[in-house]
Design a binder for this molecule. Structure first.
Ligand SMILES: [Zn+2]
Length: 417
């Protein structure tokens, strides 16, 4: 039992939040001092963030290949370095990434990478939720000659194994997987009732090339071949036409929007206002730290709001409140997770923001402050699945300094060869 007393809520009221096991059981006046009591004075309570697309261990590549064209970046700075990835490197890269996420208030993420068992170990150690998919394409991965088989093995091993780890099916993209591989992935995802997570129409080039080869656009192909469903979580989705947006809406596809990565790679601007208008569930994500370069969802919220305002020339294009929902409850909804709201019966995945800081004062509108004036470093305390995993800015389950040192060493070795 955890009780957070007299804590500020986003509506300006002060309440007590009671957590039993892994669920919020009361938000209101009720008091219970029988377990751990946290003083909520000068703290704001929020649901913690859900990051719906990343490649966690790519923290190891952070800052090693910036400001390059996409293809040159992949061919010279990512793929050769990833060849040197090992299980140990994936473990420390994931510890580093998970630490950064908790420090900035994220407790749940969707991942596509390699050595998932090592990633799972790191994620469980830090104590957050990982929806983990072993990346699949039609050539060998850093981990395996047969990425599909490796992914299926992980799915079988981790189905219902852990409270915090949920396997997902994660073929990389239509342009790196054959139709046959995509069908095999669909079969397994249906058999195990998994989220089907993939990159969709990220660059104009990939869409043009697909259309030239197949005579249809990527989303048309996915629609016509019945890949799309409410379990389909599509990352990026920048180059969609009106008909393709309608197809996503009809099939209740979930979209993961990665504005900072899209801007950094100059991939384009996703048609967020049009998608929202059609009722599509759109969540937010960082993408990997190699193309962001941080895993801070607070930063992503602000950039998302600013990007769509300047792109449409309309300051009302997206509000702070809408962006905040994308980073919390919409992310949880995309995964079928009862989280993302500070409400009775919801999972106790929450965070406390320190209000005793210069960029957090005054309090005219708390959601506006969170989106536009605060940063990840304002997060003070984080609870995931009913357990305190960070208190007063210190992670509970890990020796932070040791991880920073070891991850730094491994990253340096990998990048310098
Ligand atoms: Zn990605």
């Amino acid at each position: 039992m955890i009780s957070i007393e007299n804590v500020m809520c986003t509506d300006g009221s002060k309440k007590n939040v009671i957590i039993e096991e892994n669920v919020i059981t009361s938000v209101g006046k009720e008091k219970d001092r029988s377990g751990t009591v946290i003083d909520g004075k000068k703290k704001l309570v929020l649901p913690s963030f859900v990051n719906t697309h990343t490649h966690l261990a790519m923290t190891l590549l952070r800052g090693s290949g910036d400001d390059l064209p996409l293809q040159e970046w992949l061919e010279t700075k990512v793929w050769p370095v990833e060849k040197r990835l090992t299980g140990e490197a994936a473990y420390y890269g994931s510890l580093l990434g998970a630490m950064e996420m908790v420090k900035s208030g994220t407790t749940c993420f969707v991942d596509m990478y390699f050595y998932c068992r090592d990633i799972a170990k790191a994620v469980e150690k830090i104590g957050i939720r990982g929806y983990l998919g072993s990346g699949i394409f039609d050539f060998p991965s850093p981990e395996s000659e047969k990425p599909f088989e490796t992914a299926v093995k992980f799915i079988k091993e981790y189905t219902n194994k852990s409270e915090l780890i949920v396997p997902v099916m994660a073929p990389h993209a239509l342009y790196t997987c054959s139709e046959e591989t995509f069908y095999k992935c669909l079969d397994v995802s249906r058999k195990y009732d998994l989220i089907f997570h993939t990159h969709v129409s990220e660059t104009e080039k990939e869409v043009k090339e697909f259309e030239e080869q197949k005579g249809v656009r990527p989303v048309e192909y996915l629609y016509e071949n019945e890949f799309l469903s409410e379990k389909f979580l599509a990352a990026h989705c920048i180059w969609l036409n009106d008909a393709e947006i309608d197809m996503f809406a009809e099939k209740r596809v979930k979209v993961s929007h990665n504005p900072i990565s899209n801007m950094k790679i100059a991939a384009g601007v996703m048609r967020l206002p049009e998608m929202v208008k059609k009722g599509i569930t759109v969540s937010l994500a960082t993408d990997g730290a190699a193309s962001n370069n941080s895993l801070d969802m607070v930063e992503v919220m602000k950039v998302c709001a600013l990007l769509h305002k300047v792109y449409t020339g309309d300051p009302t294009a997206i509000s702070a409140a809408a962006v905040f929902e994308m980073a919390t409850v919409k992310g949880a909804e995309s995964l079928g997770l009862k989280a993302g709201l500070l409400k009775e019966g919801y999972l106790a995945d929450i965070l406390l923001v320190d209000l005793n800081e210069a960029n957090a004062v005054p309090y005219h509108d708390f959601v506006s402050n969170v989106v536009y004036s605060m940063h990840g470093g304002n997060v003070d305390t984080v609870i995931c699945n009913g357990k305190i995993i960070m208190q007063e800015k210190e992670l509970v389950n890990v020796d932070e300094e040791a991880v920073l040192e070891k991850a730094g060493e491994i990253a340096h070795k990998m990048v310098s060869g």
